[in-house]
Ligand binder design. Structure first.
Ligand SMILES: Cc1cc2nc3c(=O)[nH]c(=O)nc-3n(C[C@H](O)[C@H](O)[C@H](O)COP(=O)(O)O)c2cc1C
Length: 313
């Protein structure tokens, strides 16, 4: 782990189980799942909470190298949830204890449908193992004593929604702080998101529920928030395309691109990541010809020259 500083937990106590994520009743806006530089960018544009990308708890516990490459944070990177892939309560609680001084909570990934993750017993296959989820939550609760430290889960839904509600109730009874629901089954990819199912889950829970899936603008976020009755929304691809989305921008403003260049260079972002994010952000505001040229650039200085020539930044 690098660039870490221990932080106080006192300003995030509103996450504790049973309380609303946003005490003033407004929409709670969450980014899934990015590295420090991109988290820094979206926090500038009204994102309330950020998650790290999924980290395999077993590797994190066993290897200092894995810790250093997978987890970087700094004082401004707050509030922060570290998401783990796990299938073992002891390893997960060990990982939680390691990150506890540098984060505000951990999340258990119960939604990743990738084949490798399912084969290892991680991700979406956990929605069929409510007892294991319960044991993992319990063990983290027992091992991490920091007040206000959250333990959340992110799930996909079952074909039979009763099973999802049962899973969520068991998790709630064990002390999970909130649940994020990507409203698709593990098999679904591009099918419409089942917001009606997210609504039913929310109606059956006392803890906060966050809705996720196919939200591409602040207007859509507010709509999903209202129709599901949830406490907040989580966005992944919408923010990749427009990191200023939560601040109400319909397209990535040039100022945001400029901010990304500043932040990424200041934090020493690897070139591939720096370039890739710009490609996502500029997707909507560049022509096909411009994309061809921009996507083929191969150095930071070439990118800065391009941006200066085309956008005056
Ligand atoms: C680049 C990328 C990385 C993702 N990484 C994770 C991850 O590490 N853990 C996870 O639970 N979901 C991950 N997801 C899934 C998203 O959290 C989200 O559930 C899904 O993309 C649907 O939301 P969206 O329509 O806002 O993108 C990722 C998605 C994208 C596009």
């Amino acid at each position: 782990m690098s660039r870490k500083k221990k932080r106080s937990h006192r300003n995030v106590s509103f996450w504790t189980a049973g309380k609303s994520l946003c005490p003033n009743g407004s929409i709670f806006k969450v980014l899934y799942a990015h590295r420090l530089a991109f988290r820094t960018l979206v926090r500038k544009y009204s994102c309330d909470l950020c998650y790290t990308p999924m980290i395999v708890a077993a590797d994190f516990v066993k290897s200092i190298k894995a810790r250093d490459s997978e987890f970087t944070t700094n004082q401004g990177d707050c509030p922060l949830i570290v998401q783990f892939a796990a299938n073992d309560a002891r390893l997960l609680s060990d990982a939680a204890r390691i990150v506890c001084p540098y984060a505000n909570g951990i999340d258990i990934n119960c939604g990743c449908p990738q084949r490798w993750a399912m084969a290892e017993g991680y991700g979406a296959c956990l929605i069929n193992k409510p007892e294991l989820v319960r044991d993992m939550v319990k063990q983290v609760r027992n091992q991490v004593e920091t007040p206000g430290f959250s333990v959340s889960i992110k799930i996909r839904i079952h074909d039979d929604l009763k099973r999802t509600v049962d899973l969520c109730r068991k998790a709630e009874a064990t002390g999970v702080s909130w649940i994020t629901v990507h409203g698709r089954t593990a098999e679904e990819r591009h099918q419409p998101v089942h917001y009606d199912s997210i609504k039913i889950i929310k109606e059956n829970m006392s803890i906060p529920v966050i809705a996720n899936g196919d939200i591409r603008s602040l207007k859509e976020a507010e709509n999903v928030w209202q129709i599901t009755g949830t406490d907040g929304v989580m966005v992944a691809r919408g923010l990749l395309a427009n990191p200023a989305m939560f601040a109400g921008y319909e397209e990535t403003p040039l100022k945001c691109i400029w901010d990304w260049v500043d932040i990424a260079l200041e934090l020493g972002t690897p070139y591939m990541c720096f370039h890739q994010h710009l490609m996502y952000m500029m997707e909507k505001i560049t022509s096909r010809q411009e994309k061809r040229v921009f996507n083929a650039l191969s150095s930071t200085s070439a990118i800065i020259d391009y941006l200066t020539d085309h956008y005056g930044i």
